[in-house]
Design a binder for this molecule. Structure first.
Ligand code: NAD
Length: 508
């Protein structure tokens, strides 16, 4: 692995080439808001921000009137084509993910693969938007439910999954008959423009209105417009709990629907019977992968006291040799933090952890400062903590793993659950009773509960999301599609009589 970090010109050229290959017009890349790459902290392009969401909403609403009448399997055919285009341009989109979000190449390609996977899922779903039929209590009556398109879906996404989260929402929304207006993170606009260009191409080639897909570039203020717009029937927002705390009540105020995917503070319990080789690998990927910037990043290892020293020693050894550097270089496993504020948060959290009685076992130091003074590379930190103090209970969006100990399994479950967030959790154990208890109603209170695998790296087939301050939303697989449709219950009377439900007599 090279310790050299590419310069601004080289990265700008790579970004422009990748974006244009995906179909982004050159003029979209010559705006007035610079786009910084976390790889070197320097501009790789510039885009214009929208001044309002109104035009996009109007276009999406007009497209809805057409799109809702297109049969769902024909909508699925568009998503099928989109998936083919994503496959063709996977490397280009992956390059943009690396350059804008700082992901290593393998994870960036994985993010695009996730988009392809959800397209496959949505294509199948387009023939399976099933409603139930129910038995009626009245003779000669039939009871059924029908699922209809909901209307315009607003999507607000975070920087750390610049395109996958949008695709989870959009592939489902589109087969469900809903147009999407997307406000991507202000930190990752090029990836958004490229993904949208590919979707618009799929729509165009299939003879459908391109306006079912809209991108509006801007910051939280523009996002707030989307939140408050009465034309947005479902607002799907991914980001910090701070953002969700503002967005949730605003959408509720206008009786809109919201789907919130917010912060996590994920833990793994490591029991005495655990396969420690497997646990170390699972923990390191979950805690240090994506430079600790996944919502599902492992932030707390809750380890049985009898194995805590051994596990800490093994993790320390791996942490000291993790390859940190240019995420696009071969061999790198840990890329940069997104920006200066993430660096400040990491430094502040480590300081607070020490003040709260913790000791930094490994990492935390800034690296490559001379090669890339504007970028923020850090060796992931491993910190032993005496208990679940305030800093351990907060989500610091950076690679810090706190190691805590427990004595009995009930205490481990209690520690897992004793934080405000409820996204992902895991247990490493070979004791079946412990594993089942962790999965049970008395176990982890999170939306994702794993056994012998880390907290991050979910597949698209399951519903994704979490409880408590994580927001309660579910996206992606399973029956998450229902959030994007409205349900009508139908009672059909073919009896020629008019018996009333519950035996009510209303003879006139
Ligand atoms: P962020 O909250 O700063 O921004 C997320 C998005 O919300 C951006 O597009 C931003 O412009 C927008 N936004 C901010 N304030 C807004 C407001 N008042 N109204 C409307 N929109 C607003 O988050 P980030 O730094 O981009 O991402 C990191 C956070 O996202 C972490 O907390 C992480 O856990 C969370 N996250 C959660 C999930 C999940 O599925 N649960 C997935 C990815 C990231």
């Amino acid at each position: 692995m090279s310790s050299l970090i590419p310069g601004s010109e080289a990265l700008s050229l790579r970004a422009r080439t990748a974006a244009e290959r995906c179909g982004v017009h050159g003029e979209s890349l010559a705006g007035s808001h610079p786009v910084l790459s976390p790889v070197n902290g320097l501009p790789i392009g510039a885009v214009d921000w929208a001044t309002s969401v109104d035009d996009s909403l109007e276009r999406a609403q007009a497209a809805f009137l057409i799109w809702r009448k297109v049969p769902a399997p024909a909508r699925g055919a568009v998503i099928k084509r989109f998936g083919e285009l994503l496959t063709e341009f996977q490397a280009d989109l992956g390059t943009l993910v690396s350059l804008e979000a700082g992901k290593i190449t393998s994870e960036a390609l994985g993010e695009v693969q996730e988009m392809i996977d959800i397209c496959d899922f949505a294509v199948g779903l387009s023939r399976q938007l099933y409603g139930r039929t129910m038995v009626s209590e009245r003779p000669g009556h039939r009871l059924a439910e029908t699922w209809h398109p909901l209307g315009v879906v607003g999507v607000i996404s975070a920087f750390n999954f610049p395109v996958a989260v949008w695709s989870w929402n959009t592939a489902l929304a589109l087969v469900c008959g809903d147009p999407v207006v997307w406000k991507p993170s202000e930190k990752t606009p090029l990836t958004a423009l490229a993904a949208d260009a590919l979707l618009r191409r799929a729509l165009r080639e299939s003879g459908h209105p391109e306006d079912v897909s809209q991108v509006v570039l801007g910051d939280g203020a523009l996002g707030a417009e989307l939140v408050n717009h009465p034309g947005v029937k479902l607002l799907s927002a991914t980001g910090s709990t701070r953002m969700g705390r503002q967005v949730g009540p605003q959408v509720a105020q206008r009786f809109g629907r919201s789907l919130l995917e917010l912060g996590g503070n994920n833990a793994a319990v490591v029991a005495p019977s655990a396969d420690l080789d497997l646990a170390v690998r699972g923990i390191v990927f979950s805690a240090a992968g994506t430079a600790g910037q996944r919502c599902t990043t492992l932030r707390r290892a809750i380890v049985h006291r009898s194995i805590a020293d051994e596990l800490a020693g093994r993790l320390e050894e791996v942490y000291r040799r993790l390859p940190v550097g240019d995420p696009t270089a071969e061999g790198t496993l840990v890329g940069p933090l997104i920006d200066a504020s993430a660096h400040t948060s990491l430094i502040g959290a480590l300081k607070q952890a020490v003040e709260e009685g913790g000791s930094v076992v490994a990492g935390g130091d800034r690296e490559l400062e001379t090669a890339a003074p504007e970028a923020f590379y850090h060796r992931p930190a491993l910190v032993r903590m005496p208990g679940q103090s305030p800093i351990v209970q907060a989500e610091t969006f950076a690679p810090i793993l706190y190691l805590l100990t427990y004595d009995d399994f009930a205490e481990a479950i209690a520690l897992n659950n004793a934080v405000a967030q409820g996204l992902s959790s895991a247990v490493f154990t070979r004791d079946q009773a412990e594993a089942e208890l962790f999965l049970s109603a008395e176990g982890s209170d999170c939306g994702i509960v794993n056994v012998n695998i880390g907290t991050s790296g979910a597949e698209i087939g399951g519903a994704f999301g979490g409880e408590k301050e994580t927001g309660g939303g579910r996206e992606s697989g399973s029956d998450a599609w229902r959030a994007y449709m409205r349900r009508a219950t139908n009672t059909v009377n073919y009896s020629g009589e008019l018996p009333l439900a519950q035996g009510v007599d209303f003879t006139v």
